[in-house]
Design a protein around this ligand. Structure first.
Ligand SMILES: [Zn+2]
Length: 254
């Protein structure tokens, strides 16, 4: 009988701790940003759930200074047009891309889940910075994430797919909006040349979880200054600074 009560008490205590921790995480860690008191330098302090942001040794993004040429599998995209579903989630503009299709990488197949943007681009390559990046987040059957980064620089021409997307930009944070009449082909967000850099990293937003395969396309695409400005009006700065490479190697597909 006594044992049972101890067990009940312990269980209640654990339950209380869990609820308390979740509440703490919500009130303290729930909010993060790209600047000021909840900015990237202290993401790891904002919640217990975010400690990997501070303690992780395989964090993203990184500055790619050198890469080892390697015979890597081709990136094979099999995407189908879908009605546009777009969301302003308070940190980024996100496209819902469930059921769009897959990315095959050698033996491995990953399903596209969602696409979002950062401005400026988070990736730095041989000291070069880029104006914007689209992150195409895929997941395989084991739950591993593979994120394809498509880089954009400001130029004289506008990007046709970005033009379609930006026409529907939700100005305020809120639920996803579906535009059933607007079928979009997300392969148009990818450059023609699919050569890439790859390394093992993390999510670039809290909780900064590691074990993410990064695939950074080398060929950049062009967006107009008007297109840049339209996004900047919503999110003027949405890039985590680069993180130490530590013991990792970056590989290059050519
Ligand atoms: Zn991202």
């Amino acid at each position: 009988m006594q044992k049972k009560w101890i067990l009940v008490t312990l269980t209640l205590f654990n339950l209380y701790s869990l609820v308390y921790a979740a509440d703490q995480a919500h009130s303290i860690g729930g909010h993060w940003s790209y600047q000021g008191q909840t900015g990237p330098a202290i993401w790891g302090e904002l919640s217990k759930e975010y400690t990997t942001c501070k303690l992780g040794k395989h964090q993203s993004p990184i500055h790619i200074e050198t890469a080892t040429p390697s015979s890597l599998p081709k990136l094979v995209f099999d995407y189908h047009p879908i009605p546009l579903t777009i969301e302003n989630n308070g940190h980024t503009i996100k496209l819902d891309a469930e059921k769009v299709g897959s990315l095959t990488l050698g033996e491995d197949t990953y399903q596209l889940k969602q696409i979002h943007f950062h401005m400026p681009a988070e990736e730095v390559i041989q000291k070069q910075q880029f104006d914007m990046v689209a992150h195409l987040v895929h997941q395989n059957a084991e739950g591993k994430l593979a994120v394809v980064a498509a880089l954009f620089n400001k130029g004289n021409t506008s990007h046709p797919l970005i033009a379609t997307l930006w026409d529907t930009l939700p100005a305020k944070e809120g639920d996803a909006q579906t535009h059933a009449q607007l079928k979009i082909d997300l392969t148009k967000l990818l450059p023609e040349d699919k050569n890439y850099y790859t390394y093992e990293g993390s999510l670039t937003t809290p909780p900064c979880s590691e074990g993410v395969k990064w695939l950074i396309l080398k060929q950049t695409q062009t967006i107009s200054s008007e297109q840049l400005a339209a996004y900047q009006a919503l999110y003027p700065q949405s890039a985590r600074p680069t993180q130490p490479l530590n013991d990792r190697t970056v590989f290059s597909s050519n």
